[in-house]
Write a new protein. Sequence first.
Length: 460
Amino acid sequence: MGGCLAPCFPRRQSALETRRQSALETIQRAKKKHKSRSLAAVQSDLHEAITCCRDPWALEQALQIVRDSAGVGASAPSGAVDASPWRGLARGNSVIEALSKIKELPGTIGLDIGGTLAKMVYLQGTDEEPLLAERFGKSGRRHSELAFQVSHDGNAPVCRIHCVSGETDRLRKALENASHGEADCGDLRKIVVSGGGAHRFAGAFQALLNIEFVPFQEMESLVRGLEFLHENMSDGEVFMLGENGEELPAEWPEPFFPYLMVNMGSGVSMLRIDGRDEASGKIRYTRLGGTACGGATFLGLVRLVADADSFEQALELVGRGDPTRANTLVKDIYGVGGCATLGLPPNMTAAYFGKLMNLKGRVWDEVAKADLAAALMMLVVQESVVLSRALSLLIEEQCGHPPPVFFVGGFLANNTFAQRVISRSYWNLKLGPALFLRHADFLGALGALAHALDHDVSDA
């Protein structure tokens, strides 16, 4: 990593903080006299105060004074006062405020904006308080349990990496609501970004916050992110599940290369990674295949079969369900004795949703929605298990030993049912253990951070 962790120095007084101080002084003057003046006069003073300051924090303070003046629940200013910035505050200020804070952070940042979640990692000194609260806005969250320290050339930890996530759609709405405001007049900031949002939101970030996106190829960011964890997280990162579903700590496998990465998101991609080329220094990886049967397939179909409106609701249903009430098992066809003769596990799935064939009347009157959701989860997950097994055997034939197989991606985040299905299937298929990562959902952001550090992407 060279000398790339130097950005973890004490913060300097920023232009944003100077603007905030000026706005706060003006706001406090208005607050002291607002009780003896009309609401229109207070609005006029505040409108003048914010004309040259579009900082969300200062605007929120001003908006609160207007609410105090008019009583709880007062509407936004009207008449001669331009209401557009107030509308943006009422609906999206916390996201923009968080982004404004992030822009002022002196440490390096990595960002991954996917279709469902936006993930960010950033560096801070180990003796500094975290920049963001653990919860902000409707969906913003700093994952304190995922923060970790990184060392420089084997010395004592010099920086702490914080992990932050939020819903991409709320980010989109906040940017749209704030688009009526003036562009940030502060210094330019460059941030390495992976995922589709690297292109989709580049213009809005440039116009509103003077942040320039440096796109980083999505697949490469995942590979670089896992490599970064391998370099910096020696203990506690890798885990597997035992044959009874219990979580077990695991070491980084040896030999490490080549390994197979199964990235389960909206769809599924499977990559073979062979380490770095000695001559060029570039990471060598190949996309061996994938499937369109992934997280989006599950979310779309679970709405049809179980009326689940969100991923969290779907996971709650899956946790209560029994897939064997919908799926036909091998023992249902051959009996336990016949399975022994054939050499097949009696509880192996023979046909997904096979037991629904002979039902009379409405399916939902005979099979619980939780059971249908669990059966659907098994279908989606085992599709990737079967394909990864074939690719793993192919790699083993080429290199002479079974490759480590890492299952990563947003679809597996907090999805213990899917992790158990994967692990149980790998045990039943006599493969090596399926491996999981604590920071699996942040690989893209970590890869973007590592790329910024590797290439000394300028922050200003």
